[in-house]
Design a protein around this ligand. Sequence first.
Ligand SMILES: Nc1ncnc2c1ncn2[C@@H]1O[C@H](COP(=O)(O)OP(=O)(O)O)[C@@H](O)[C@H]1O
Ligand SMILES: [Mg+2]
Length: 233
Amino acid sequence: MSNVTPFRREPGERPDLPARHGGGMVVVALASPAVGAGRTMLAAHIAVQAELTGDGPSGVLDADPTGALFQWWNRRQGKMDAPAFGAHCDIGGLAVTLAGMRATEARLCVIDTAAGDAEALAPVAAVADMVVIPSDANAGSANEAAALGRALSKQATIAFVINCRGHSGGEDGNALAATGSGGGWPAGTVQHANAYAIAMTAGRSVTESHAGGDAAQNIAELWRNLRGILVAG
Ligand SMILES: Nc1ncnc2c1ncn2[C@@H]1O[C@H](COP(=O)(O)OP(=O)(O)O)[C@@H](O)[C@H]1O
Ligand SMILES: [Mg+2]
């Protein structure tokens, strides 16, 4: 993971994401072995951020039975028209629901999932261009995330995110090292901020509810990195 070229791309040289992926809709899935790793929060924020940076229209596809991402999307109706598309299905209905999403104008689809192991998440990785695996900042969680990443890396590009939920900030070097050995790209760190939970509850993103703040900047930087990884694919 020493090649950091994708992180250095200037906005002016940004290749079109769908063009890089055969012209079709780009599919990014969130996955993790642990509950509460930040999958739903990150899925929502990636979908909004992609629209803001011109990579939309985006859609959210909630494949977690709890439907938290779909509920967030419904709470947004009337506030902002992005993500433009939303759907909820079970893993068995993923292919059909994705086909429906492809029939819309969506150029990016962000899939949220329930916490699971490699076997449970293989059907998701099979339909995704990139699987984003968040883990908290301790090495134990990161090791589990890395193992999941290694298992899914034959099917999709893997990106790891250290999400410092419940921590006052910073990151554990051992966590970074663990994900670095997980067959994927280190996509960056998301610091702890109450703004995320506040925004999600209100059906918003931090870019809207806390515009210009550290959390909003953190998300912008994360999407730049993820986008770079998708382009490098
Ligand atoms: N970086 C963060 N800082 C503070 N709170 C966070 C952060 N990331 C997630 N959260 C909050 O933690 C809780 C769990 O996150 P969630 O996205 O629902 O996890 P998952 O979908 O992986 O179970 C939510 O209340 C969410 O708003
Ligand atoms: Mg969730």
